[in-house]
Design a binder for this molecule. Structure first.
Ligand code: ADP
Length: 396
């Protein structure tokens, strides 16, 4: 009597286990179906065991058309042979990894159209043997955006190069006619000074002044375009030496204004020595030029290491800059004073910024009007500026 009873209990227990297993499986299935990526499970012989809804949408097959089919129907015909090999290799040495490391992978829809995919591989040991699991992402949109970015970048590099070339040619070619105008005006002034009334002489004088100023502007424009186009020669240099060269070059201005120009210990950096000397020279030159009239300027240069390289600072005790102008002064021809207050053309900081950008660095300023300014520039340990993209186009 006891036997059948025990059997009933055991049957019941197994039925309960089976029910729980089926319920668990059903729950899991709901999740697998809901995943936004394609999930496909393949047995060692390459037959599809599971293909969730996203796989069906991506490839245009129904579930019935997929289950039990060879996985290679999802692969373009030309790759099928190598795909079989790759599957064998995977089953021989299964790991969690991306498929096709670094290669572009392509999926093939039922209608024969192809699309780029990314596949993550994984595996599970089951009672029916090992199963490989592929997580498939359709990356059509990502590829489209990537190629759009590449196209826009190439276009930007091309138009920048063209613009740089235009600025160079324009400023270079403008010099000659300007030289002629200045030359003849000066001749007129010299030869006919006695024959002209004082007003006419005054007019000629204004015209010469204008031409001289235009000459300076053109020269500065040319310097700006050179700063952006001349081939940079990046190498390890002692920034202390560059600072000292800049200070020597500014010798006359320093002496005339009795300025004190000092520096803390400055590090070895990787930079174009000529271009970076120009940065020091422009910033120290400005610190002296925009000094307060009531005292000689004190200019101090320091450097401290930063996350990616160094941050230099050039501090002065000059006239300072109002906060609303702190950005604008780095633009071309932007100045805050008339030429008779402080001479200059407003190109120095634009050149400085361009040079630093070529090094992959940047520049900014903090200031208190009437008290002084500190210009900061950051320069990376390894230059990675616009020159990298220029190198890619083969232009210099
Ligand atoms: P420039 O010196 O020829 O005027 P820059 O491009 O070098 O041209 O500088 C732009 C403007 O920024 C200057 O005209 C000046 O108004 C302001 N500026 C630059 N450096 C300083 C400084 N150290 N202190 C105060 N103002 C400054």
């Amino acid at each position: 009597m006891a036997e059948p009873h025990r059997k009933d209990a055991s049957d019941e227990f197994h039925a309960l286990l089976e029910k729980q297993r089926l319920e668990g499986e059903a729950k899991l299935n709901v999740f697998v179906e809901a995943v936004a990526e394609g999930i496909v499970v393949v047995s060692r012989d390459g037959k599809i065991q599971i293909a969730n809804r996203r796989v069906q949408e991506m490839f245009g097959y129904t579930r019935e058309e997929l289950i039990g089919q060879g996985m290679d129907i999802l692969v373009p015909r030309r790759y099928r042979r190598s795909h079989v090999e790759q599957r064998k290799e995977y089953f021989a040495e299964p790991r969690i990894r991306a498929m096709g490391a670094g290669r572009d992978l392509t999926g093939c829809r039922k209608d024969g159209t192809e699309f780029p995919v990314e596949i993550g591989l994984s595996y599970v040991q089951t009672e029916q043997g090992m199963l490989a699991l592929g997580l498939i992402t359709d990356i059509t949109e990502r590829k489209r955006i990537e190629s759009e970015i590449t196209r826009i970048n190439a276009e930007l590099v091309r138009s920048n190069t063209e613009l740089g070339h235009f600025a160079y040619v324009a400023s270079h070619d403008l010099q000659e006619p300007l030289r002629m105008i200045t030359g003849y005006l000066q001749l007129l002034e010299r030869r006919y000074r006695d024959k002209l009334d004082s007003e006419a002489v005054q007019f000629i004088h204004y015209a010469v002044e204008g031409a001289v100023r235009m000459k300076r502007l053109i020269e500065d424009l040319l310097a700006l375009s050179r700063a952006g186009t001349q081939t940079a020669n990046f190498r390890p240099v002692d920034s202390q030496t560059l600072f000292e060269t800049a200070r020597t070059n500014l010798g006359v201005a320093i002496e005339e204004s009795r300025a004190a120009v000092t520096a803390g210990p400055l590090p070895m950096i990787v930079a174009d020595p000529g271009l970076l000397t120009q940065v020091f020279q422009n910033l120290i030159g400005n610190a002296i030029k925009f000094r307060r009239k009531d005292r000689p300027a004190h200019v101090h240069v320091t450097a401290q290491s930063s996350k990616d390289g160094y941050i230099f600072s050039i501090t002065d005790d000059g006239i300072g800059i109002e906060s609303r102008h702190l950005e604008r002064i780095f633009g071309i021809f932007e100045r805050l004073h008339s030429a008779d207050q402080y001479e200059g053309s407003g190109v120095g900081l634009a050149i400085t910024r361009r040079i630093l950008e070529r090094h992959g660095g940047r520049i900014w300023v903090e200031s208190k009007p009437g008290e002084g300014s500190t210009f900061f520039f950051q320069i990376p340990a390894q230059p990675h500026g616009v020159d990298a993209s220029r190198a890619a186009t083969g232009k210099s």
